[in-house]
Design a protein around this ligand. Structure first.
Ligand SMILES: C[S@@+](CC[C@H](N)C(=O)[O-])C[C@H]1O[C@@H](n2cnc3c(N)ncnc32)[C@H](O)[C@@H]1O
Length: 315
């Protein structure tokens, strides 16, 4: 392992619109302060950046703007998401009822002493036409933070399954979820058979295909896959921003192996993990080919107060 970089460490969830940590890390890889004799920089001036697991378009579009416009990097920016996690629609409820639910969300997520005033919220409809979560935003240290309330589903946090469900909130949401799913169902039936009645969307604002549309506005193509395809003719940087935390600890090394399967010699992997106890960014460099392929850990940035829990990601 080489020097640890002095890249400012930034949590993507806390400052979603400016992931400066990754921007300055890439800059540092292209312009090393103390280049080893005769060794080229680890990152070429021209590269493809594959942002793995983009649950929201805005995180990626902001990072692309930072790299391509602010830092003037010659980057081909691609995003990936698991097919089943790509939303069918975001649906915003309008009127008094939306205000009531906003109040209930604020109450649910405010803990003793800390108020979390929900500013904005919407339903997220999945591929199957079901409401999978409620996305809500609040302000934290002057930043807009978005989080998801999964409708009773388990999600992975710091490698552990967590199920957070609030009966009062579920009860509040239930009639609207039912109405909304019925409308989506009608809409889908009509897609297959135009003689079917069209649902009325009065009282709602519907944004269809929000992830793909939001990315396309910034020229980012979405690969709907859990094993990213490699971009030919350029060095590839595979960026896993809070993706491995989705998997139980014991499966993380194997999952990285799978996600990075198409990467080739000279490519770079960046693994960012924002956890309460141990946040870190690791840079891995792919060496060798085929069965000889290995990943060498070339940088590690860890939040200073945390005790670094070493993991077998580099092999
Ligand atoms: C916690 S979110 C992180 C979002 C964003 N990268 C960030 O740092 O804010 C993790 C996302 O990774 C996705 N994901 C998990 N495994 C994946 C895989 N193998 N390929 C693509 N996406 C994946 C999940 O569906 C989820 O949307």
């Amino acid at each position: 392992m080489k020097d640890q970089t002095a890249v400012p460490f930034v949590d993507t969830n806390i400052i979603p619109d400016r992931n400066v940590g990754i921007g300055s890390l890439l800059w540092d890889l292209q312009n090393p302060q103390h280049p080893n004799r005769n060794e080229p920089p680890l990152l070429n001036s021209r590269f493809a950046f594959i942002d793995v697991g983009v649950s929201r378009a805005r995180v990626s579009t902001a990072l692309k703007t930072l790299l391509a416009s602010d830092l003037k990097m010659d980057v081909d920016y691609i995003a990936t998401e698991r097919v089943e996690a790509v939303p069918y629609a975001n649906v915003t409820l309008l009127g008094d009822r939306a205000e009531q639910i906003r109040g209930c969300l604020s109450g649910t997520f405010s803990s003793k002493g800390a108020t979390c005033e929900v500013k904005d919220w919407h339903f997220v409809v999945d591929l199957e036409g079901k409401v999978s979560s409620v996305a809500y935003s609040y302000h934290l240290h002057g930043n807009e933070v978005w989080e998801a309330y999964f409708m009773g589903r388990t999600f992975m946090y710091s490698g552990e399954p967590v199920e957070f469900s609030d009966p009062k909130l579920n009860e509040m949401l239930a009639p609207d979820v039912k109405k909304l799913e019925a409308r989506i169902d009608l809409e889908r039936k009509r897609e297959g058979d135009p003689s079917q009645p069209a649902p009325s969307w009065e009282g709602y604002r519907v944004q269809r295909n929000p992830l793909e549309a939001g990315l396309a506005e910034f020229g980012i193509t979405l690969q709907k896959t859990d094993v990213p395809q490699r971009i030919k003719g350029r060095q590839n940087v595979l960026f896993l921003g809070n993706v491995l935390n989705h998997y139980p600890q014991a499966e993380q090394a194997r999952e990285l192996e799978r996600i990075a399967a198409n990467m080739e010699e000279g490519d770079i992997g960046i693994v960012q993990v924002d956890e309460v106890e141990a946040s870190s960014i690791e840079v891995l460099h792919v060496k060798g080919q085929g069965a000889q392929k290995t990943r060498e850990r070339v940088r590690r940035v860890a939040s200073s107060e945390s005790v670094w829990r070493s993991r077998a990601w580099a092999r």
